[in-house]
Write a protein that binds this ligand. Structure first.
Ligand code: ADP
Ligand code: MG
Length: 388
């Protein structure tokens, strides 16, 4: 659906509404840097060319009325008393976003009429939730002429997801959906929120970023995520015997690196993943900057192997998909992306090999698992913006 089509639906749903704006916010895929965000480390996500669009106009009261094209459902809430809802849970991301902006700016926001539609696959790990939050933030920012800093909006969007929706996530998803740039990945320091855009002209280089959804229902992910966070904290505490002022695995430098391997087995493996993964992100940025896709693919492979063996957040289906992709000698690299235990893999392959994924990898995966995988081929897209 394009912006004009969404605007027509807006007019049907809200015929009385005034002048409208249309905003788009993308989903994302993390190219490398997994389970590093909550360790104050580095990530390298890119915004993808799948997005959520919102058409909206301001109201004279303090009501927000939202229509979802995809769910064919309408919901209303009041800006004076924003509460979560069980009935239309998809509006919780928007409710939370309005609440966080209102609390941070102390500006009583104007009411809004909103129509939204998206093609970011939901619940697949491509962060449709962040796209919805960030898209809402841009709508609120524009309609109320707040001129908020994009980094602040990303931070408030994360707060909405953490505190209002109740999902623990780092800053990466909201950050890249807000600040992504076409043709670029973003090298983000999750501690300082400093970032650099990194050229990612995969298409021009005859390559493609292929994301495959395993279609595994993720059951374990919450408990295992919390367990990994705890293990990283335990590893920091254990390493303090050698470096008392250490506060995060991010700060394990060359001098301390040998001690990591001396920790008790599980802690050693968890810490080794995080420390080496941070270095892989730095090396991958270098590889991209020099256009070395082969080296980049090797770092992706090493990342997956470390997530599988040391961090133990992969699963049979993710490993199978990665192995099937890597069986093509032309593939540059393949890894799981996201928290793990399901979700998607991300692979860098020559564009000519997309057909191999369709004809060999997907059917073989389906044959061995009985699951129906989904393939998406993405380019690096722009972050959230007003289209018109
Ligand atoms: P992910 O962020 O990995 O896609 P989440 O479970 O965090 O998965 O977020 C998905 C939720 O976001 C959906 O269940 C829905 O509530 C909301 N959402 C995403 N896309 C849309 C959409 N196009 N229309 C309405 N709600 C959406
Ligand atoms: Mg999400």
């Amino acid at each position: 659906m394009d912006a004009a089509a969404l605007q027509r639906i807006f007019q049907e749903q809200f015929p009385e509404a005034g002048q409208s704006i249309t905003v788009a916010a993308p989903g994302r895929v993390n190219l490398i840097g997994e389970h590093t965000d909550y360790n104050d480390g580095f990530v390298l996500p890119m915004a993808v060319d799948a997005k959520i669009m919102l058409t909206a106009s301001a109201r004279h009261d303090r009501q927000v009325r939202v229509y979802s094209v995809d769910f064919d459902a309408k919901d209303t809430f009041a800006l004076d008393n924003i509460q979560p809802t069980q009935r239309h849970r998809w509006t919780n991301y928007m409710r939370g976003m309005c609440l966080m902006i209102q609390e941070a700016t102390k500006v009583p926001l104007q009411g809004m009429d909103i129509v939204m539609q998206g093609n970011v696959p939901q619940g697949a790990g491509l962060s449709s939730s962040a796209a919805l939050e960030v898209g809402t933030a841009v709508v609120v920012n524009e309609l109320n002429k707040l001129q908020l800093d994009p980094v602040l909006m990303a931070t408030l969007a994360q707060k909405a997801e953490n505190e209002f929706v109740g999902v623990q996530c780092g800053i990466m998803d909201q950050f890249i959906s807000m600040l992504g740039e076409e043709g670029h990945a973003l090298f983000l320091d999750c501690r300082t929120l400093e970032y650099q855009k990194v050229p990612a002209p995969f298409h021009e280089a005859g390559a493609a970023i292929a994301v495959i959804d395993t279609a595994v229902k993720r059951g374990l992910v919450d408990s295992k995520y919390n367990e990994r966070r705890q293990q990283c904290e335990d590893a920091v505490k254990a390493l303090q015997q050698w470096q008392p002022d250490l506060t995060s695995l991010r700060d394990v430098g060359c001098e301390l690196r040998p001690q990591v391997d001396q920790l008790p087995d599980v802690l050693a493996r968890r810490a080794r993943h995080v420390v080496d993964e941070n270095q892989r992100v730095i090396d991958s940025v270098q590889a991209l900057r020099s256009g070395d896709l082969a080296a980049f693919g090797q770092y992706m492979n090493a990342s997956h192997d470390s997530l599988r063996d040391d961090y133990e957040v992969s699963c049979r289906e993710l490993d199978l998909l990665v192995d099937l992709v890597r069986a093509n000698p032309q593939a540059y690299g393949s890894r799981m992306t996201g928290a793990g235990f399901g979700g998607c893999t991300v692979s860098l392959i020559p564009s000519t090999e997309v057909a191999d994924l369709e004809e060999r990898v997907l059917p073989e995966y389906q044959r061995q698992t009985g699951l129906q995988p989904r393939l998406f081929v993405f380019n690096a897209a722009a972050g959230a913006r007003k289209l018109c």
